[in-house]
Structures are given as C-alpha cells and as structure tokens.
Ligand binder design. Structure first.
Ligand code: AMP
Length: 212
C-alpha cells in the first residue's frame, strides 16, 4: 500500500508503520530515521540537518525533497511505501504530488493519527530510542529488559536529543503551524483518513477497512 502517515510527534506513526510493514511488506520510510542516520554517520546531509533537528525545527524542504526523490525511486518502493514523517509542509506535499504524477503513481490514503496533546506530551517525555536499530521503548509502559540496552540488537537505548521538554514543545508548535495544514490539503485531494487513535491496532483496523 502507498500511504502517508500524518500526526504529531509521538502520535504513533512509526509504531503503526512497523506493524503495517509486517502485514503488507511495504517499507517504512521515515525521514527522521534517515536524517538521524546521516547525523550519526557525520555525512554532509547530517551536518546540514543537525542544528535544526536538535532544536525541534524542520530541515529545509529542498534537503528533504532531495532525499525523497531518490528514495521513492528505489526498487523496494515499486509495490508500496509507508511514509512516516513526510511530507511535513505544504511545499513538500505539493512537490510529492508532482513527483508521483511524474512517476505515474497514486497514493492510497493520507492517514491522520489523531491523539490528544496531553497523551503525546507524556509519551514523548518518557520515550526512549535504540541508537542501533531504532526500536522504540517507553520508560513507564515498555522498558527494555535491561535498562539502557536494546532487547533486539543490544545497542544503547537513549532519550533523543530532540526529546528535551523545550525541543518537544517546539516540535509540537512546529507541527501545528506547518504540518497540521496537510490535513486540509489531503482532504481536498480526497485522500484523507482521519482516525481517533485509541491504540495502534485501532489505526490498522481503520486503514484495512478503507483500503483492504
Ligand atoms: P521525526 O523522527 O519524524 O520526529 O523527525 C525528527 C526531526 O527530523 C524533525 O523534528 C525534523 O527536524 C527532521 N525532519 C524529519 N522529517 C522531516 C521532514 N519531512 N521535513 C523537515 N524536517 C524533517
């Protein structure tokens, strides 16, 4: 399936994408993961993205479109993809539309995962991420078996640089100002599926009910 997952940071886009990948086989494409990988590897892309990411601001549309134009044309994207964290601005959504038209492709849906702000704040401040494989943990509800060590790959599990209270609050404001308008954009395109998420499974069920 060809999906966009929309929703504030901490809404569960990554978790839903990982579950859908298991069901459908389409790759999860997370621009956040790609950028964090580039920062960790110290590449030119990482150097250009690092400061904005740390502050919880968005990286430039040009940089993101450069990454995604290449990524969406790779072989594993032929049958489908789950876009997690992209697009995040109206110019990115418009550029994606042009790119897909050029490639002769159509999206199945843009799924808005709607979660209350207090739930999101609590989740983000208690979230921990594996530096090796990206697995997500939560210190309250889903800690790793050994503190600070990933159950899956053994790498360290840490709080992300952009999950300090200040950066989280900025990321939520950036979401409201720059990304939330995409809900209207995809509604007009006839692609919006808005789900009040009570659990990841409730989102999966709504997606399967809409597009099978
Ligand atoms: P995420 O893991 O999706 O929350 O992304 C982490 C950070 O990467 C964001 O706060 C932005 O700084 C940057 N980023 C990820 N995706 C995008 C995007 N589509 N456009 C601009 N910046 C992005």
């Amino acid at each position: 399936m060809k999906l966009i997952l929309l929703g504030a940071p901490g809404a569960g886009k990554g978790t839903v994408a990982k579950l859908l990948t298991k069901i459908d086989g389409s790759p999860q494409i997370s621009t956040g993961d790609i950028l964090r990988g580039a920062v960790a590897a110290g590449t030119e892309l990482g150097k250009q993205a690092q400061a904005a990411m740390k502050a919880g601001d968005l990286v430039s549309d040009d940089l993101i479109m450069g990454i995604m134009e290449q990524r969406l044309q790779e072989d594993d994207c032929k049958a489908g993809y789950l876009l997690d964290g992209f697009p995040r601005t109206i110019p990115q959504a418009e550029a994606l539309k042009k790119l897909l038209n050029k490639m002769g492709e159509k999206l199945d849906a843009a799924v808005e995962i709607d979660v209350a702000r207090d739930v999101i704040l609590d989740r983000l401040t208690t979230r921990r991420t594996c530096t090796g494989c990206g697995e997500i943990y939560n210190v309250k509800s889903n800690p790793p078996a050994v503190e600070g060590v990933c159950d899956k790959c053994g790498a360290s599990v840490v709080q992300r640089d952009d999950e300090t209270e200040e950066a989280i609050s900025n990321r939520l404001n950036v979401y409201n100002d720059q990304t939330a308008p995409l809900v209207g954009f995809y509604k007009e395109e006839g692609l919006l599926l808005s789900v009040k998420a009570t659990s990841s499974q409730s989102v999966i069920d709504a997606i399967q009910a809409k597009i099978g």
